[in-house]
Write a protein of this length. Structure first.
Length: 193
């Protein structure tokens, strides 16, 4: 069945370019994941808060390596992208990424997490702002959205401070270890101020 509108972005829009390194502020940047980041990722997923809100854990070094290695393929397939949030010494202190990329709709979902030592310093908000700028100006996306449990007040603060207003509540939308959670839906359009 043919579409009646042209895709908003053509296939190859992302894969034709190399995944960029993005500056956030002095001493903080976003860069593609590398295999040697696997130990840091494994340690991050030992954090109970990351496990709680992202409903997954990594049980081995091999799983962590598979996690870091997947992102080059997913960039090439134009389905998702992930960046390590790195400090001045190029050590990962978090993750930020695009999930569910739909070039035909020029849209994506956002995800992010920080290791405990990096929390409470505005890092997630600034990383989200940097990825948002690139997504709208260089990648050509039209809409970015993110969801988090209504019980995750820290994630809500990050989204709101980065200019993502709450659009609504998705009732009983995601199953966590402690049961079904309502989810806040935040979003921004390229045309938002």
């Amino acid at each position: 069945m043919p579409l009646l509108v042209a895709p908003a972005l053509s296939a190859g829009s992302l894969a034709a370019q190399e995944q960029p390194h993005l500056p956030v502020r002095p001493g903080l940047a976003l860069r593609p994941w590398r295999d040697d980041d696997a130990p840091a990722v494994r340690a991050a997923f030992d954090c109970p808060a990351i496990q709680r809100w992202h409903v997954r854990r990594l049980d081995s070094g091999e799983e962590a390596l598979a996690w870091t290695a997947q992102w080059a393929r997913r960039w090439h397939d134009e389905t998702a992208a992930s960046w390590a949030v790195v400090d001045a010494d190029d050590r990962p202190v978090g993750q930020i990424g695009l999930r569910g990329v739909l070039l035909s709709e020029a849209s994506a979902q956002l995800s992010y997490w920080l290791v405990p030592a990096a929390r409470g310093r505005g890092i997630a908000t600034e990383a989200l702002r940097a990825l948002t700028r690139w997504s709208f100006t260089r990648a050509g996306l039209h809409r970015l959205a993110l969801e988090h449990s209504t019980a995750n007040a820290a994630s809500c603060r990050v989204a709101t401070r980065a200019g993502f207003p709450v659009e609504g509540v998705l009732r009983g939308s995601v199953h966590h270890a402690d049961g079904w959670h309502d989810m806040h839906l935040h979003a921004r359009l390229r045309t938002d101020a």
